[in-house]
Design a protein. Structure first.
Length: 266
C-alpha cells in the first residue's frame, strides 16, 4: 500500500492524504520520498490551484518520524533518512500554490512541522499540536523552529520549542496555530471548502498567482529566501570590513596592561 494517496476532489484542487493510519501516519523513508515527489509534480501542474494535505484514520494527522523504522537503522541509514525528510519539507515549502493542512488528532514533531509548512491550517476539535523533540535531547529537524517563529512570533514559538509541551485546540487557536476551527471529523471537508474558495478566485486560475501590476519575473506564492534573515526579520547589519579600526599596538608592558593611546583593547 502506498504511504500517500493523491486525488483531485474538485476543479483546481489536489489533495494529498497521508495513508499510514496504523502507524499514526508517521513519516517513514518511503513516505518522505513519495511526498517530496508528489509536491514536485503538483508544483509543475498548471491546473492545480490549491493543495490540501490530510490524513487517513481517526487518531492522528501525523505523529512525526517513524521511530519504529528508525530503531532498526544504522547511523548511516538515519543520516540518509534525515536528508530525505529535509527534501520533503523543502519540496512542500517550494510549492507555488497555496497549501492547506487538514488536521485532526495528533500533529506532533514532523507532523506539526507539516502543518506549519502550509499557508493555512484547518483543525477539528480533536487536534493536538506539539514539537516534543526537546524532551529527548533534539531540536525540530524539519524547520519547526523557523516555521513556528514565523507563524507565532518569538516568545510563543520559544515556549513551544523549548518546553516540548502539547497544546489542544483551544490554546492552538489562541496562539495562532489554527486558522479555522471546525467540529470533530470535519477537518477534511472544512479544508476542501476553504480550498474551493481560494481556487475560485481568478487570481489563482493559472495555477500560480499573477505578478502584481508593474512587476516582472517570479510569481511564486512563497518566494525562496535569499538570505539567513527570514521575511519580516531585522535587516542585516551593514558591512564594516572597509571601515575596520586600525590594528592596535601593544607596548612591552606586562600582559593585560598594554597601552593603546586611550582606546580599550579587546
Amino acid at each position: 500500500m502506498s504511504p500517500i494517496t493523491i486525488s483531485r476532489p474538485a476543479d483546481g484542487i489536489a489533495a494529498i492524504t497521508l495513508n499510514r493510519p496504523e502507524a499514526m501516519n508517521s513519516i517513514s523513508s518511503a513516505m518522505a520520498a513519495e511526498l517530496a515527489r508528489a509536491c514536485a509534480e503538483l508544483a509543475a501542474a498548471p491546473e492545480v490551484r490549491v493543495v490540501v494535505f490530510g490524513a487517513a484514520g481517526d487518531r492522528a494527522f501525523c505523529a512525526g518520524a517513524d521511530l519504529k523504522e528508525r530503531a532498526g537503522m544504522t547511523d548511516a541509514d538515519i543520516m540518509r533518512q534525515r536528508h530525505a525528510i529535509r527534501g520533503l519539507f523543502g519540496a512542500l515549502l517550494a510549492l507555488p500554490q497555496p497549501a492547506i493542512a487538514a488536521v485532526h488528532g495528533f500533529a506532533l514533531g514532523g507532523g506539526c512541522e507539516l502543518a506549519l509548512s502550509c499557508d493555512l491550517v484547518v483543525a477539528d476539535e480533536t487536534a493536538v499540536f506539539g514539537l516534543p523533540e526537546v524532551t529527548v535531547g533534539l531540536v525540530p529537524g524539519g524547520g519547526g523552529t523557523q516555521l513556528a517563529l514565523r507563524r507565532l512570533g518569538p516568545g510563543r514559538a520559544a515556549d513551544l520549542v523549548l518546553t516540548g509541551r502539547k497544546v489542544g485546540i483551544d490554546e492552538a487557536e489562541r496562539l495562532g496555530l489554527v486558522d479555522r476551527r471546525v467540529p470533530a471529523g470535519q477537518d477534511g471537508p472544512g479544508a476542501l471548502e476553504l480550498a474551493g474558495q481560494i481556487a475560485a478566485n481568478s487570481r489563482w486560475r493559472s495555477g500560480r498567482p499573477n505578478a502584481p501590476s508593474g512587476t516582472a519575473g517570479a510569481s511564486r506564492w512563497r518566494p525562496a529566501w535569499t538570505s539567513r534573515t527570514p521575511p519580516g526579520g531585522p535587516p542585516r547589519c551593514p558591512r564594516t570590513g572597509a571601515r575596520a579600526s586600525p590594528r592596535s599596538w601593544r607596548s612591552a608592558s606586562p600582559p593585560g596592561r598594554g597601552s593603546n593611546q586611550g582606546r580599550s583593547v579587546t
